[in-house]
Design a protein around this ligand. Structure first.
Ligand code: ZN
Length: 365
């Protein structure tokens, strides 16, 4: 299953809104075939693994290992369950059940007399497609919040200087991260102050959608997101009835403008995320400043925190995260450290957020 997971990961960034899937075929303990779902609309992992076996006779009585429950429905390709049944495979080991399948894939295989085991490395198999599983459960994308801060928790000095907090290797890591998510999300403040390109530059990979919350449409039209060669990948969210000054140039190059309702402090974040989900976005990397970051945390809309910590002290300056309404220590938002690693001179702490479930929602633009 670990090998199947590694295979699946080769397609990171290319299968969305479909999940990544890896598949192996074993016979008498020997690997005789393997495959993965390489891109959206392409053949499923099971079909590719079956096709990779040199002699179809070898499949009689063989075992399949697959990270996600095989599909039992006609989608862009025929159902994998039927291919597996016809192939003569006798045993199937499944990592995670497919929330969209409701167990029908496994039931179909069992009904045809195959031996099926589920739950093998299930946590890893679900983590592989955190976006897909989050969307299936909550109807919104999986949200990762990236913060690059000094050891004392500052993202900028008191004059607003923020370039650069972390060193080149950490910034390259951010580019790799962008290539793996469907969309990168920023607020008005970040675009106004930093004019970021939010592109994948230092590594090879797919360019994510660049999503900007510009409630009043007040951003200057000369920003890179509205003028560079990738402006067709820029999506702007505004309040209803707002026509930004850059609207025409953005629409001309293929960018899009969505309007969503407002809340007390800005745009309704839940509405933004729901709209992104409808556009096929399953994973979002938030590279916003403290205002939007804080609003997302307050609203219970952050699933993973990527905190890059530079070995430097800034003293007074801009805090990474603002007011969370925490008065007593036992009200602090609980996190669990998921992974810790060094990237060049910096540290990356990956934490999972034990969110309150998104009941509260304080929107922001
Ligand atoms: Zn399938």
């Amino acid at each position: 299953m670990r090998r199947a997971l590694a295979l699946a990961r080769r397609a990171a960034g290319w299968t969305s809104p479909n999940p990544m899937v890896g598949c192996l075929i074993l016979r008498a303990g020997c690997l005789i075939g393997e495959g993965f779902h390489a891109y959206y609309g392409g053949a499923h992992a099971e079909a590719r693994a079956l096709a990779s076996v040199s002699d179809p006779e070898l499949l009689r009585g063989a075992t399949m290992v697959v990270t996600l429950e095989p599909c039992a429905h006609w989608g862009k390709t025929p159902p994998c369950t039927e291919l597996i049944i016809r192939s003569g495979i006798r045993r199937v080991l499944v990592g995670a059940l497919d929330p969209l399948m409701g167990g029908r894939g496994v039931a179909r295989l069992r009904e045809a007399g195959l031996e099926v085991e589920t739950g093998l490395l299930e946590a890893e198999c679900r983590e592989l497609n955190a976006g897909f599983f989050t969307w299936a459960r909550l109807g919104r994308p999986w949200i990762a919040l990236k913060i690059a801060q000094s050891l004392d928790g500052r993202v900028a000095t008191r004059t607003g200087s923020s370039r650069w907090v972390t060193a080149v290797p950490a910034r390259r890591w951010v580019h790799r991260c962008r290539a793996r998510v469907d969309a990168v999300l920023v607020g008005t403040g970040t675009v106004a102050a930093d004019d970021p390109a939010l592109t994948v530059r230092h590594v090879r990979g797919r360019q994510p959608w660049r999503v900007v919350l510009d409630r009043r449409g007040s951003l200057p039209a000369d920003r890179r997101l509205f003028t560079d060669s990738l402006c067709g990948r820029t999506w702007v969210f505004t309040a209803p009835g707002v026509v930004p000054s850059y609207a025409e140039q953005l629409l001309q190059c293929g960018g899009r403008i969505f309007s969503v309702p407002e809340g007390p402090g800005g745009l309704d974040l839940a509405a933004v995320l729901e709209r992104l989900a409808r556009e096929g976005v399953r994973t979002v990397l938030v590279e916003a400043g403290p205002r939007l970051a804080t609003a997302l945390i307050r609203a219970g809309l952050v699933d993973r925190l990527y905190c890059l910590i530079a070995p430097k002290l800034v003293g007074s300056g801009l805090e990474a995260i603002g007011e969370l309404g925490v008065w007593e220590m036992d009200q602090a938002r609980p996190l669990a450290f998921h992974r810790l690693r060094r990237i060049g001179p910096d540290l990356l702490i990956e934490a999972t957020v034990d969110s309150p479930g998104g009941g509260e929602c304080s929107p922001v633009s």
